[in-house]
Design a protein around this ligand. Sequence first.
Ligand code: PGA
Ligand code: ZN
Length: 428
Amino acid sequence: MKIKKIDAYEILDSRGTPTIAARVQLDNEIEEFGFVPSGASTGSKEAVEKRDGGKSFNGKGVKGVIDEADKNLFPQFLGMDVRDQLSIDRKIIELDATQNKAKFGANVTLALSLAVCKAAASAENKKLYLYINSLFKNFFNLNIQMKMPLPMMNILNGGAHANNGLDFQEFMVQPVGFSSFKEGLTCGVEVFNSLKNTLNKKGFSTAVGDEGGFAPEINSSEEALSLISEAISSSGYKVDKEVTFALDCASTEIFKDGNYIFSDNNKMSNKELIQYLISLKSSYPITSIEDGLDENDWQGWADLTNKMGKQTQLVGDDLFVTNKDIFQRGIQENVANSILIKINQIGTLTETIETIKLAKENNYTTVISHRSGETEDSFIADLAVGSGAGQIKTGAPSRSDRTSKYNRLLMIDAWENLEFLGRSELEQ
Ligand code: PGA
Ligand code: ZN
């Protein structure tokens, strides 16, 4: 169970940008890899993703980051018991000694932290989700009920993930009206395929954006929601009863000098944007809104939560960046009622678990999330099940960087008899 060797590789993410895979080898010859994703619309307070600069890959190479870890980070863990995730992650935090993993880079610390977790699961001969579940018990004395997550499927892409005129980044569907994961996922897949037909018929492109959703040349949220509604109806499902809408506005991206600026030059204050979101919700069954406002607009967020929080899941992504200290402020100020969990926003598995724990203690819903730049690795599927998170956001059912997570969940669903709560996941 002792760590014998650690090394890492410069590999590619789904956008062809370099990222890191770390390998942990044990005395007993077991080896496992940890893979790291990368965002495009990142929150400013996320842990640092370190890159080499220079000419290769337009400065985005990570070979130098790996060399530095080879010299000064990895050797520190040799001989440690791989099952001691907590001590290993604490040691990573200590050795890095910055607030935001700026010394070594969260891309290399997370690769190590995840490789450790996977190697320990293999060493114990446990499925990864079961092992993750046992971490909650062993290190935090929490008995977590595992369950299948309700998907949030990004079938129409805009914002920083596409080059159309859509200001909001993600138009998602949630299959809320089903009693099993498989039926829910099937509904999402059929709606996605039906949307392709709808777009085709209307002469729109069916090329896909970074998260596998379509990226047609449309420029209003109303048009996006109306196209999806049409696709749901023509696939034979019922809007609202079976499928609802979820938005990721990614509003930090459109916030400039105190206002929200839309591509048609329309300018909104936070009050006006809140009114706009309320009016969208009155026309379409929107059950979840992520990053409705800018990451620093705390006053606006309190106002938004006050006005919409009773009926709508309000998810903090750029706002909380999976950071328990920032999240704590949100809890105190009654801001949002849900948190997006992205492992690379914080840079170790233990800190991710601590943030999930804090959310559970304070009745915030949790949504485990991919990044727009992903790898084929499906760790977050196991994390969603093992942590009993309740929801997962991992793109459209298209491109293997997205389907690898859904496929893993389909298998877990077949192996275990886990509950799927559907709509009640949205109530905190
Ligand atoms: P990112 O966006 O991975 O490109 O940062 C995803 C999100 O905002 O949820
Ligand atoms: Zn987001």
